[in-house]
Design a protein around this ligand. Sequence first.
Ligand code: DON
Length: 316
Amino acid sequence: MANEEGAAVSVDDIAYDALLEWIADEVAPYVGDGRVADYIPALAQVPPDRFGMALATVDGHLYGVGDFRERFSLQSISKVFTLALVMAGDAGALRGRVGVEPSGNAFNSLIQLEYERGIPRNPFINAGALVVTDILQSQTGDAAGTVLDFLRTESDDHTITIDGAVAASEAEHGDLNLALAHFMAAYGNIENPVDLTAEHYFRHCSIAMSCAETAMAALFLARHGVRTGGTRLLPVLGAKRVNALMMTCGAYDAAGDFAFRVGLPGKSGVGGGILAVVPGRAALCVWSPALDPHGNSVAGVEALDRFSAATGWSVF
Ligand code: DON
């Protein structure tokens, strides 16, 4: 909440629950603005009028508002966890196979891949995430299962599952992703059978989780790499790198706008979720299914904008 001069009020002075309630009221007019993703038909059935937001703090407290316990399709938010798990296994495996620059193009664009000879710009566009999934598949033999196990453990809920109907819908309408994967395979940048890598990619994108579970599962990024159980997933530098990629590439061709407005590492998904990290303090997840033309939740961005303005929490 801002005071009358517009200065941020310290969150230490206000209750997180009250802050989240205030944000939910503020963004209510935006809920339902935009369009629910329909290029994956199973996602088109999600009601656009939902809104939930959860805040998990590094000291283990959880706060939420609205539909923060309702599960939604993680979609591209899952790419953050896939990347972190590959880096935990062997960060060197990414070298030469995926870049770290914002693409400035749509998340499913083919165009740069030809110019750049099958090396995707970054791990969060679909092409990059397919490569990361391919590496995790080689490392573990079960990329989607590895992501699912990690998410269940970190959020302490073993009922989290892959939504089979969404995964099947993605596969059935997956021509563009398959084209990206085949194209990269032609350059030697997919090492498993394309159909296998694509299946694991579709499956980890189809994991259904709530805002509360997603925020808890991402706390290792706020704790500089340390998992909820106290063990380390990533070195401090590794966590910094994942957060940096979220900041520069997490909202695709709207990453600049997201950094300008929110100023936090964030990762959106076409299920309408956005994960944001406040290094050293908290992880946040907001969900509202109606999207802007870039694939980012309209009410979600509004909510995170209000949150960072009110708290003054930002990496800048
Ligand atoms: O491959 C796809 O198109 C989806 N499984 C994920 C795309 C996505 O979430 C983009 N995010 N805004």
